[in-house]
Ligand binder design. Sequence first.
Ligand SMILES: Cc1cc2nc3c(=O)[nH]c(=O)nc-3n(C[C@H](O)[C@H](O)[C@H](O)COP(=O)(O)OP(=O)(O)OC[C@H]3O[C@@H](n4cnc5c(N)ncnc54)[C@H](O)[C@@H]3O)c2cc1C
Length: 413
Amino acid sequence: MKVDTQTGIVGLLIAQGLKKVYHVRSTSLNLPPVTIDHENGWGLPLLKHCFTEERYSQIHTAAVDPYYEPEDPGRMPTYNGATGELIKDIPLLRMYRVSRRRFRTFCAEGIDVQYGKSLNNISYSNDGKMVKANFEDNTSATGSLLVGADGTHSPTRHQIFINDKEKATAKLVPYNAINLHVCYGDVAKAQHVRQGHPIMYHGIHPKGYWQFIAIQDVPDPDKPETWVFQLQTTWKKTTEPDLADEDVASLEKHWKRAEGMGEPFKSANLWIPEGTKVSVNKMAYWVPEKWDTRGGRVILAGDAGHPMTFQRGQGLNHGIADAAYLIQLLKSVKEGNKAQDVAIEEYMNELVERAGEEVRTSIVNTDMLHDWGRFTNSPIFTAGGHASQTNKIALEAQRHKEELLKAEEESKS
Ligand SMILES: Cc1cc2nc3c(=O)[nH]c(=O)nc-3n(C[C@H](O)[C@H](O)[C@H](O)COP(=O)(O)OP(=O)(O)OC[C@H]3O[C@@H](n4cnc5c(N)ncnc54)[C@H](O)[C@@H]3O)c2cc1C
């Protein structure tokens, strides 16, 4: 079997799930490289649909700190970004924060990844059964289902809405976002920066900054000088009206910004060594809407289907939910319990409802976190990292987990 996806983590998860359903030794897809980190909250139990039990039990090896046993339930401390005073521990589920690079490697095991394939266009057979991805290098791949898991600016989405470019295009939000990795190479500095929480914490600054610090890599838990951190700062463009776009990544300007932060944010940012690479994220969103699946032959998954702003940390969780639900539906198709066009229609309807709500919520959340007068009403502040009550996939997984725990307890007594 060949899987015609072009993808990051979500495509890989779907490929893994298909391997499980179809019992094949290898599936193939296209995959270029990137690095950032993610928290895996309510998505964690859903990964069982994608991996074998043995592989699922090894997920912690992709965590940013594989030596750290996550708290259950988790929490994310929220600080006043200007004074460093703790405002609230936001409730989270038990979660692993994974490094995107490491999680991709984990997910790619056993998948035949074909690098360097870029989608040019899609064609469909007249009999309503097959779909063909045509790549820019004049090669193509044909199958019964094309999974467009090709990220925020998804070429597959643009092909699906080929007659309406405006409809297909992800919209930018008016925020600046910088992201960087830093190893302080110093025991005391690393311990100071990690004091906010062993995994991640954030600060809300009264002047309109969102400040985020997370551990990124722990090669040796007893050697803080080796620890790598991820620092992010976001702010509304109007907060610094004189800042030219080409200066968003300026470290000098960021050091000045850091002067107004409270500890440990202030030192964490002032200690960034000169020459550190600062990445700029152009935050964009697309509210999913129903598309023509061409009789169940083309779908969107992950950021291709629901790119969202990241301060609520939900993008990958929804990508995992897409993969988990798709795998369950394709299993029914394989077992002859459902026709493919029906299964794919169900997949699309569920995605549009669940992830559409999250895309909207995340935009509101981003706006509120940058507004001192409103941040305590923001979705992350009020609902934490929990899945929404309309998220049937996550709630089902949670119920299943509770049932298992109850059965385990009963068998002990
Ligand atoms: C700063 C930041 C922090 C985040 N934090 C969190 C978090 O804490 N928790 C969370 O759940 N989510 C988080 N997210 C969101 C998360 O990163 C994404 O939702 C997730 O990685 C999306 O995975 P994906 O596989 O759908 O897309 P991607 O990882 O974008 O993969 C898409 C792939 O398609 C490829 N592609 C693109 N165009 C083509 C083409 N023409 N042909 C072939 N291939 C193509 C790309 O190269 C890429 O490899 C964060 C995002 C950002 C930016």
